[in-house]
Design a protein around this ligand. Structure first.
Ligand code: SF4
Ligand code: SF4
Length: 210
């Protein structure tokens, strides 16, 4: 086990992680990649952010224009009861790294249309870092990979329809055939805190090569 795994595992025992109670925006291409992998489309919905922090993106007009629909909702992953991401399992994310939403791949990099910001997003537990260790180092986040995913994300944002509440989006979100969720036997394996080690970076081989 590396120090990276230890940080995410310790984080999961310490606080709500980045896969719990968060709004994960999906591009249409994210949806297509995930659909191809899981074989259905019931994993997303349109929701208004419950946390006002998600509305504070005013340094990024492209994000504000392309992500939000006129009613303030966005295309996001569904949650399981309790707030875990629909794809969070007992051993972390159940999606292969190359299928995960781009915003998940980028985390904990913070960014706007101009590029990556030098400081990480605030969610990782800095009090669990080793002395002198950076958040990026601790979670194995590669700046090179992040720059590539950032470029993909903003290319995909440009493909968002000018009429955001498109019929396709709405039909897919409201007409889901079946729900993705954690199997009952998996739920029974949850620890009492409901927190899991989250190897979203550390457990993926060749993560930064994707
Ligand atoms: S990394 Fe996986 S489990 Fe975590 S929020 Fe993203 S899709 Fe969900
Ligand atoms: S990337 Fe790891 S350390 Fe950061 S919030 Fe997610 S689980 Fe915690």
């Amino acid at each position: 086990m590396t120090s990276l795994e230890i940080l995410c595992a310790r984080c999961a025992c310490h606080q709500t992680t980045c896969c719990q109670d968060t709004d994960i925006y999906l591009t249409q291409q994210d949806v297509a990649r995930i659909e191809q992998h899981v074989g259905c489309s019931g994993f997303f919905e349109f929701r208004r952010p419950h946390d006002p922090v998600y509305l504070n993106e005013h340094d990024d007009p492209i994000w504000m224009e392309k992500v939000f629909r006129p009613d303030g909702s966005r295309r996001v992953l569904k949650h399981q009861p309790g707030g875990d991401c629909v794809f969070l399992g007992t051993r972390g994310c159940t999606l292969p790294a190359e299928v995960r939403p781009l915003v998940c791949r980028l985390y904990p990099y913070d960014y706007n249309a101009a590029g990556l910001k030098p400081e990480p997003a605030s969610g990782c537990p800095r009090d669990l870092l080793a002395p002198g260790q950076s958040v990026f180092e601790a979670v194995g986040a590669s700046a090179e990979a992040a720059r590539r995913w950032h470029a993909m994300l903003y290319q995909e944002l440009q493909l968002e329809p000018s009429e955001p509440a498109s019929r396709r989006d709405h039909a897919e979100a409201s007409g889901s055939t079946r729900q993705i969720g954690m199997p009952l036997e998996t739920q029974a394996e949850q620890n009492s805190s409901g927190r899991y080690p989250l190897p979203r970076h550390a457990g993926d081989e060749n993560w930064s090569d994707l």
